[in-house]
Design a binder for this molecule. Structure first.
Ligand code: FE
Ligand code: FE
Ligand code: ZN
Length: 277
């Protein structure tokens, strides 16, 4: 279902994010499950979670999206890092069941010299360990810019991870516009072509969310530096086409642009205006 929101700080808890989202004109939001650089999650405040559930129900938030910390690397060459990552994901997924039907996005990982094939194998193995039949949360693989040894810089790698996942019906994809652009997919001049390729390789039915960002760098740069909407190399027209495209327009859109609250409120309003709603 269509929704528009942005990344919010989780420092003041769940309900505070719900209230902040409302203030910004959002009906969804994204947040880090713990410090993005890793480390331990705060203890769960059940009452705070219940308050957010109320805010969501009363204001028609269809879904919220959690983002795993950047330090989580399920395919590091170092075993202790892989184990740490699995533990974090397992705990995060249990916790997100507080918000039934929510989504959990993660960066597939960096193989750090082990090779793509080995990396894909380890990511799928980790997912098979932490995902289960009873979960209501949908896990999302994020499309990546292909920086360094990052996995997920092309659709084929994401499809390969999905094909090896036992619970692949609960494993979708989040398309980050800055990342796919930086990875070399020409969403500026050939959005239809890129979506056709996504459909052929992954299947558009598995696309569950969009990170709507402009980029500071040229297509194919493999850089991953986000820019405000319309101020980067993707540009207003291409971003507007993405938000209004028939196969994308009913997805939730999340801004991860370099903005303060005011800037986010403006960009959320812009997305709604483009979409005519
Ligand atoms: Fe991300
Ligand atoms: Fe992203
Ligand atoms: Zn990024």
């Amino acid at each position: 279902m269509f929704a528009a929101g942005c990344h919010l700080s989780a420092a003041k808890g769940y309900a505070a994010m719900g209230r902040e989202a409302l203030k910004l004109g959002a009906d969804t939001f994204q947040f880090f499950t713990r410090n993005p650089r890793g480390g331990r999650a705060k203890a769960v405040d059940e009452e705070d979670a219940a308050k957010l559930r109320d805010i969501m129900a009363e204001n028609g938030f269809p879904v919220i999206l959690a983002h795993a910390p950047y330090t989580m690397n399920l395919c590091s060459a170092k075993e202790d890092i892989r184990t740490f990552g699995r533990g974090m994901m397992e705990e995060d997924l249990q916790r997100m069941e507080l918000f039934s039907g929510s989504m959990y996005n993660f960066h597939p990982g960096s193989h750090t010299g082990q090779g793509t094939e080995k990396g894909i194998e380890e990511i799928a193995e980790a997912l098979n360990q932490v995902m289960n039949d009873d979960m209501t949360v949908t896990v999302l693989l994020e499309t990546m810019a292909g920086k360094g040894s990052e996995i997920g810089g092309n659709f084929g790698e994401l499809a390969e991870i999905r094909s090896r996942a036992v619970h692949r019906e609960k494993l979708g994809v989040c398309l980050d516009t800055c990342h796919v652009h930086d990875a070399g997919y020409d969403i500026v001049h050939d959005l239809d072509g890129v979506l056709t390729e996504f459909d052929r390789i992954i299947g558009l039915e598995h696309l569950k969310a969009v990170h709507i960002n402009d980029s500071k760098n040229p297509a194919g740069s493999h850089k991953d530096r986000h820019e405000k909407l319309g101020e980067g190399t993707i540009g207003t027209e291409a971003l507007r086409r993405i938000v209004t495209h028939p196969v994308l327009r009913d997805l939730p859109f999340f801004l991860e642009t370099p903005n303060d609250s005011e800037g986010y409120a403006r960009e959320i309003a812009t997305i709604r205006q483009w979409r005519g709603k």
